[in-house]
Design a protein around this ligand. Structure first.
Ligand SMILES: Cc1cc2nc3c(=O)[nH]c(=O)nc-3n(C[C@H](O)[C@H](O)[C@H](O)COP(=O)(O)OP(=O)(O)OC[C@H]3O[C@@H](n4cnc5c(N)ncnc54)[C@H](O)[C@@H]3O)c2cc1C
Ligand code: SF4
Length: 764
């Protein structure tokens, strides 16, 4: 077929930005040439053999992965027809509106972009991971993570993200909405090395298929090296110079168009523009902002290796869960997302072949009785500073100015996740060698450098992506995002490109143009929003860290006289787990509420019944040291109310000890004379406080004591709650200090003389 050299539009790059641009421009009737440096990857051709020359690396044999060392960070990208979608983990995720700062202009905020996210979601075909068709249950990795967060009491912070994967029967081929045959995911966990099974909804099976169906001409093995406008400043024609990566000696080719869309990915797009401005001087008027605002999207990877030879952690799509954490670090709060990542066995095999001391490593594995398929990755991403600057080195290659300290809180917090997960799962944790040895991070989500702005002094492109000073030159890929998305960014690249290319087509004379698929688009749920919301609430609920402790007390004497037992005291014992989840909220509330849950045994009434409620610890303005408002159900299911107070009569040590370990209680069935438990979180002490002077025929009073042994256990049970050891220790210190000061404060004379076992008031 004859290769055209001229078109209305040249699109450089066939990744997320390039694919959308090519599809929409072709649908709108423009003649389009798409230039892609990489090759087409047919099913079955993705590299699997453990030798580098099998097509793994761009630098070795124009393979799948282009790993760029930028001096201060490594950037990993896909190369080929479909760009990053060939190797990505399929996650379609929207950034959280509440976490976007002023660097995000209105046109890239959720309010404006949400409908374009919906359009892109419709085009890509999304679903969360379900059950493995081979086993009928969730992948072992998914189950391990979901169980872990359930045990951590943060289950709502974890969701199964939407994946651009076809699920269903793994043997049956069906055409997707773009007419490309796909079959159900086989859960082989090889998504990041190219899906040989045909289940990933990659760009070549979605947007690029649309582009080609509408006449776009695609040229692979074609690397754009230079962009040059002619002398017409108002309406220039651009010449794009192209080399042939598979044959460096082949003559260069030139293509011309009045419009060029640059979509080579954040690193290559910046590099091409920097060269055009600073070396070739073909685009000398590019903004001084070019290269600034580069972000690694806060990526931080750790590896977790489960001990023993249990379930295989490499099955399932590469990523199946997203957990959002919002945690204090230093004086600020950082949030980030952590995802589980399968490590494909062929990649493990490649590493095994290339890494030194293979025999020793294998012996070590046998000794430790573990298997490579027990290792999985934890992929954290968040909002880094996006303060990086890309520039060219002496050879014209991009290098990055970046300092880890600009996002030290984020990195420090992310580094805590690996050891925490390892501890919770009884696993080992490793950092990648680039971090352990060089303290350099690796990003698979390079972003920025071509920031939008209201004018050339503050931005390289305008809000539609058109380059200031060069009409008809557009940028539509990850480089135009002004800061880290903090989530997997391809959805934002798709959505922002949908919006940009719509504006481009409308500016080119088709004023009402819209994508034909709009008719079928429906709003799509974003599960990550719920996870972010849950994490934010969790963060509020645990502000200032917290403490837990366990208290056990039992009947010492009683006023109860019953016909059955004569004067023998009714036995009652309780074991209570107390929790202050947020010390900030605890100190701010004058009632100082502590959440209580536990079990209660009441002779003849309830056996090992669950009991729950609130303990007010040294409530302000009250003579009481502690007040309990608890509820339990008796053996017949009738609800009971237990109220109780501890009072300190004097600061004498013996009186102090007696007061803090003696609980005057009253129990009664709720529907038989006892009022509902008061709201303990209310700042006022309330009017329905238990009044021991009140005569109540149905209620029964018991005096409980904490024995010396249980007092020692109580002290030993005090634990801090917080994301770090230091925070936990500090929380215990603050709580202990509060307790000691409050206990030693001169007690106000009590209005009501407390009852003791010596002067019980019999109510029966
Ligand atoms: C292992 C891995 C897993 C990932 N998982 C996810 C995920 O689950 N979800 C998510 O949202 N993101 C994920 N990403 C990130 C995602 O792939 C990128 O954010 C996305 O591909 C960037 O899109 P883009 O349009 O900016 O560029 P790209 O998709 O990188 O496309 C750029 C294209 O331009 C081509 N090109 C470069 N230079 C030239 C040139 N000079 N001439 C011609 N062609 C050129 C490249 O070969 C490439 O095909 C992952 C990335 C990696 C590496
Ligand atoms: S898990 Fe396997 S079959 Fe499913 S999308 Fe990934 S590579 Fe393809």
């Amino acid at each position: 077929m004859e290769i055209p050299t001229q078109a209305d539009v040249i699109v450089i790059g066939s990744g997320f930005g390039g694919a959308v641009a090519a599809a929409r421009l072709a649908q709108a009737g423009f003649s389009v040439i798409v230039l892609e440096r990489g090759r087409r990857w047919a099913l079955g051709e993705f590299p699997r053999r453990p030798v580098l020359e099998d097509g793994w690396l761009w630098d070795v044999d124009r393979g799948l992965y282009d790993i760029r060392w930028l001096g201060t960070m490594a950037a990993v990208q896909g190369a080929g027809w479909g760009g990053g979608s060939l190797v990505y983990a399929n996650v379609f995720s929207r950034p959280f509106e509440g976490a976007m700062d002023q660097r995000w202009p209105a046109h890239l905020r959720r309010e404006e972009l949400d409908r374009y996210y919906d359009l892109a979601a419709h085009m890509m075909g999304l679903s969360p991971a379900g059950d493995d068709p081979a086993t009928g249950s969730s992948p072992a990795r998914t189950t391990a993570i979901e169980n872990m967060v359930r045990n951590m009491a943060i289950p709502d912070s974890t969701v199964r993200p939407n994946l651009a994967v076809t699920f269903g029967d793994p043997e049956t081929w069906r055409e997707n909405m773009h007419g490309v045959p796909r079959r159900g995911c086989a859960y082989v966990g090889e998504c990041i090395i190219g899906c040989n099974h045909g289940a990933k909804n990659t760009l070549d099976a979605t947007y690029l298929a649309v582009a080609e169906a509408h006449g776009a001409f695609s040229l692979t093995d074609a690397e754009a090296t230079r962009i040059e406008p002619d002398s017409d400043e108002d309406d220039p024609t651009y010449t794009v110079t192209v080399t042939t990566p598979s044959d460096p000696r082949a003559p260069v080719r030139r293509f011309t168009a009045s419009q060029v869309v640059l979509a080579a990915g954040a690193v290559a797009t910046n590099e091409l523009l920097l060269r055009s401005r600073d070396r070739h001087a073909t685009l000398p008027g590019l903004s001084p902002q070019l290269g600034r605002g580069f972000s690694g999207n806060g990526d931080f990877v750790t590896l977790t290796q489960l001990r023993g030879e249990g379930a295989n952690m490499s099955t399932g799509p590469t990523i199946t869960t997203s957990t959002v954490l919002s945690v204090p670090e230093g004086r600020s709060t950082v949030w980030y997302q952590v995802q589980d990542g399968a490590i494909p066995p062929p990649l493990q095999a490649l590493y095994d072949t290339l890494a030194p001391a293979r025999n020793a490593r294998q012996r070590w594995q046998r000794l430790r009785k573990t298997h490579p398929n027990r290792t999985f990755a934890l992929l954290a991403m968040g909002q880094d500073s996006a303060r990086g600057t890309l520039r060219l080195d002496a050879k014209g290659q991009a290098v990055l100015t970046w300092a880890n300290r600009w996002q030290r809180h984020l990195y420090r917090s992310q580094r805590r996740v690996g050891p925490l997960v390892a501890k919770l799962l009884g696993a080992r944790q490793y950092n990648p060698i680039t971090w352990s040895l060089l303290r350099r991070t690796t990003t698979v989500h390079p972003l920025g450098g071509v920031r939008p702005g209201p004018e050339a002094a503050s931005g390289v492109v305008d809000s539609a992506g058109e380059v200031y000073g060069y009409p008809g030159l557009w940028v539509m890929d990850g480089s135009v995002l002004p800061a880290a998305t903090g989530v997997n960014p391809s959805a934002t690249i798709l959505a922002s490109t949908e919006r940009s290319v719509e504006a481009m087509i409308r500016r080119s004379g088709h004023s009402n143009w819209r994508a034909p698929e709009w008719e079928d688009v429906r709003p799509m749920e974003a599960p990550e929003d719920a996870a972010f919301q849950a994490a934010a609430e969790q963060q509020r609920a645990t502000e200032g860290n917290g403490v837990t402790f366990c208290e056990r007390m039992g009947t010492y004497s009683t006023s109860y006289r019953s016909a059955d037992r004569g004067d023998r005291p009714r036995q009652l014992s309780m074991t209570l787990a107390a929790e202050v989840s947020s010390l900030t909220a605890f100190f701010a509330n004058p009632v100082h509420p502590v959440t209580i849950q536990g079990t209660i045994d009441v002779e003849g009434v309830a056996r090992r019944a669950s009991i729950a409620g609130i303990l007010s610890l040294f409530p302000e303005g009250s003579a009481e040291a502690m007040r309990y408002d608890l509820k339990f159900d008796d053996d017949r299911g009738v609800p009971w109310h237990l109220t109780g107070v501890k009072r300190v009569e004097s600061r004498r040590p013996d009186a102090l000890l007696r007061g803090l370990t003696t609980l005057q209680t009253r129990i009664s069935p709720v529907n038989k004379g006892s009022s509902e438990a008061p709201d303990p979180s209310a700042p006022s002490l309330g009017t329905n406080r238990p009044d021991y002077s009140e005569h109540d025929e149905e209620a029964e009073q018991l005096v409980l004591r904490i024995s010396t042994m249980d007092l020692a256990r109580l002290g030993a049970s005090l634990r801090g709650l917080g994301f770090t050891q230091l925070r936990r220790i500090r929380a215990v210190g603050r709580f202990a200090d509060f307790f000691a000061r409050s206990a030693l404060r001169t007690p106000a004379p009590s209005r009501i003389r407390p009852q003791t076992s010596e002067n019980p008031r019999s109510l029966a």
